[in-house]
Design a protein around this ligand. Structure first.
Ligand code: EPU
Length: 426
């Protein structure tokens, strides 16, 4: 059981380069299964994350040859042997659901276990399944498993009741090898959707419109190998930007796309943080933090739910009262309870958190329940007086490559230890 031990109070300072985006990497790894030409796909700027290793294991189980070295991932999916993904592998990562689209398109059949809910909400997959059905797939559920088959998927007009990121990605992947044209209406507009389009087009797909609410895909007979560099992780960048702001720091982030961070930049400025950006850098400097009347999470280009918990820490330290509304996931405010152990003043009612800014957070022993909640607790530890011990670190390792290394580079006092060391320390 690993823990992070943080002694707060250091102002973050310096430069930090942001690595590739987890939420681009995962669908793009799945999409590489669509390449049946026998030559490998080379993906660059791939972060070394637990989720990457889980997806790698799944692709290998399906029959692909996958190698990871120094941020480069080589995937040869010329021969696929399995179309049924074991329960245990599926259970390790919810987002493995978007293997359905590419496997169905490539092999004509797929069987996965139902991903079920998770700590941030119910997370149904009805939109994924309805879209695949509209493309002619036969889908049935049995004993917790979902199976789908289609000798040949057919292009279709699909309207999503909600702009789901995963459903848009799954359907885009399925449609690349379908017969005819598919149009996805009310599609998600996240930068990761655009990245997936660019990757699929680099493999020979014909897709237009990603980044808008209508994505059009013309089916092709086959896809080829390519070399592709994934976009920087806007959520990791955003997390560290908030860390710099709450510690009164002064940090320049490089290899970022500020346009992907517009909502955050705008809200940080409204909260008194000094933000300057160029085409590929963002600089954060200290300001006097002040409350936000309302901060509401929304699909892109709205404020990202994946930065909500980190902003809760900032608002806890801002002068005045803020209301934070989580509108994307129904159970994503659990970190409030942990932050309260550190002296935060937060009242949660349904999907709203009422936050009263306080002078100081104090170090405490806190537990991580999900990836972004974990990042928020680390941030709280950086700003708090005293020592914070964060348990459940494996959640953070799903989305941040050795978070303590990045933060140490910026001057934070943070180390990773195991239970015995903690006992010794105390
Ligand atoms: N939804 C449905 N039916 C569906 C699909 C989604 O009702 O068939 C609902 C969900 O329950 C949720 C909302 O739609 O309330 C949004 O879900 P979406 O499908 O957009 O999210 P996702 O694809 O499951 C991705 C990211 C999440 C991120 C969300 C929203 C990946 C691998 N995951 O999830 O990332 O929060 O989009 O931006 O891309 C994270 O990185 O910490 C993370 C949770």
């Amino acid at each position: 059981m690993e823990r992070l031990i943080i002694t707060g109070g250091n102002k973050l300072k310096g430069n930090l380069k942001i690595k590739g985006a987890k939420n681009s990497m995962l669908p793009i790894m799945a999409a590489s299964l669509l390449n049946g030409c026998g030559k490998e796909v080379l993906l660059e700027n791939i972060p070394n994350l637990i989720d990457m290793h889980i997806m790698k294991k799944i692709l290998q189980f399906i029959g692909a040859t996958v190698h990871y070295k120094n941020g480069n991932l080589r995937i040869d999916s010329g021969n696929l042997e399995n179309y049924s993904i074991p329960d245990q592998l599926m259970g390790e990562m919810r987002s493995s659901i978007f293997l359905m689209g590419p496997l169905l398109a490539r092999s004509g059949k797929v069987k996965v276990s139902h991903p079920g809910g998770c700590s941030i909400g119910l997370r149904p997959i009805d939109l994924h399944l309805k879209g695949l059905e509209a493309m002619g797939a036969k889908i049935w559920e049995e004993k917790g498993f979902i199976s789908a088959s289609a000798a040949q998927l057919k292009g279709a007009d699909i309207y999503l009741d909600y702009p789901s990121v995963g459903a848009t990605e799954n359907l885009m992947m399925a449609a690349t090898l379908a017969q005819g044209k598919t149009t996805i209406y009310n599609a998600a507009k996240e930068p990761e959707i655009v990245d997936l389009q660019n990757f699929l087009n680099a493999m020979g797909a014909v897709i237009r419109g990603a980044g808008t609410e209508t994505v059009k895909i013309e089916g092709v007979d086959r896809l080829e190998s390519c070399t592709y560099r994934i976009i920087p992780d806007r959520i990791v960048a955003g997390t560290y930007m908030i860390a710099a702001a709450i510690t009164g720091g002064d940090v320049v982030f490089t290899d970022v796309i500020p346009a992907h961070l517009e909502a955050l930049i705008s809200k940080l400025r409204e909260a008194g943080v000094i933000v300057e950006s160029t085409d590929d850098t963002v600089k954060i400097a200290n300001g006097n933090l002040k409350a936000l009347e309302t901060l509401r999470t929304l699909p892109y280009p709205g404020f990202p739910t994946d930065l909500q918990s980190q902003m809760m820490v900032l608002l806890s330290l801002a002068r005045g009262e803020s209301v934070l509304v989580e509108s994307v996931f129904e159970a994503r405010l659990k970190h409030a309870e942990e932050l309260k152990k550190m002296n935060a003043s937060i009242r949660v009612e349904g999907c709203k958190a009422y936050i009263k800014g306080i002078e100081k957070l104090y170090g405490a022993e806190v537990e991580i329940t999900d990836l972004r909640a974990g990042a928020a607790l680390v941030l709280a530890g950086l700003a708090a007086e005293g020592t914070t011990i964060v348990t459940g670190v494996k959640h953070i390792d799903r989305g941040y490559e050795r978070i303590e290394n990045d933060l140490q580079l910026l001057g934070a006092n943070i180390t990773r230890g195991c239970e015995e060391n903690i006992f010794y320390l105390s």
